[in-house]
Design a protein around this ligand. Sequence first.
Ligand SMILES: C=CC1=C(C)c2cc3[nH]c(cc4nc(cc5[nH]c(cc1n2)c(C)c5CCC(=O)O)C(CCC(=O)O)=C4C)c(C)c3C=C
Ligand SMILES: [Fe+2]
Length: 393
Amino acid sequence: AAVAGCSDDGSSAAASSSPPGLVPFHGARQAGIITDAQDRLAFAAFDVSPGVDRAALRDLLVGWTAAAARMAAGQAVADDEAAPQSPPRDTGEAIGLTAGNLTITFGVGPSLFDDRFGLAARRPAALTEIPAMPRDNLDPQRSHGDLCIQACADDPQVAFHAVRNLRRLAQGTAVLRWFQLGFGRTSTTSDSQDTPRNLMGFKDGTNNIKREDTASLDRFVWVGEGGDQSWMRGGTYAVTRRIRMLLEAWDRDYLLDQENVFGRTKVSGAPLGAAEEFDTVPLTARGKDGELVIGEDAHIRLAAPATNNGVTLLRRGYSYTDGVSQETGQLDAGLFFIAFQRDPRTGFIPVQRRLALSDALNEYIQHTSSAVFAIPPGVRDGRDFWASGLFAT
Ligand SMILES: C=CC1=C(C)c2cc3[nH]c(cc4nc(cc5[nH]c(cc1n2)c(C)c5CCC(=O)O)C(CCC(=O)O)=C4C)c(C)c3C=C
Ligand SMILES: [Fe+2]
């Protein structure tokens, strides 16, 4: 199999010299953050098992990193032909498939910094649990976690294979806490990508930060020199929210109201009061009746940087469906929201607090899970491993 090249940020297979379908694994930043959003997601949170010590945790991360580098390069976790009397070390379902732009992104949750591993002094101030928000209906078993793996690929089997094999390697060291599949990107992370639609039928990702906008990435996404923990410099923080859409109710709502909920036109994606998708959002425009064209409670008003002290987030979420809710008989489907930011205390938390209080979208959604993870900088080369800086003496 081909070997992935190196890039500074793992941003785009197309933008680097790596072969088509391969996103470089090694680099200054982890891939899967500003990488062109792939079509599929497999996201897993793990808890480290009772009794596991710091050395065993470190060994897990060394083994995980080596396996992830191989899978991102389109290789099996191990060559199994050498040991026919042992269980295969690669589960096999990706044999013959291309890497499909697979990226595997690793993070650590706040709970890793309790008294189990002697890491308390290394917890960044920015890595705090997301406080309870109005209207939250969170399932604790689908929330939080010591470690996370985000696998994104254009082939669902490739993304699933990556998480499954890392889980297998964690046997005896860490257990799966929750697992979420996503089937359609709901964001755009580069100017070269078309804006996709979410399950409510609206273009999603229009005003996202794009990888070409390096100034905004440095300002809002990457942890810089000012971070309190040197091991996190060049990293970022991920907030995940499983947001169920009440699609049966949404599908009964009339078009004009749907458009007022977001503040955008459904088909074109243009802001209300503007003509084209990427036109400036006219937040102060008023109609002939003197009313704001984009209402006080419209989602894009309440989420806009202009109404959030200039702050914004890099969104990289996916649509999900988990069948039918046994409680209501209605679709369990929505948005698995993922946002990267340099500090959730100034990023997700204040923005979500505003949305939770007065967003018109609230009538049609429910947040059912929440997690936050520190996403360390990239793995430099074959001798380095995920979060190595955390263990440096
Ligand atoms: C806390 C942050 C956000 C949550 C949670 C959130 C949920 C959510 N969003 C949509 C659909 C759309 N969001 C759009 C824009 C948008 N959303 C956020 C933040 C959160 N969204 C931001 C920062 C922005 C950009 C605002 C701006 O600068 O204009 C849009 C419009 C298109 C776009 O710009 O992407 C849509 C559509 C859903 C369905 C949802 C929860 C289910
Ligand atoms: Fe949004």
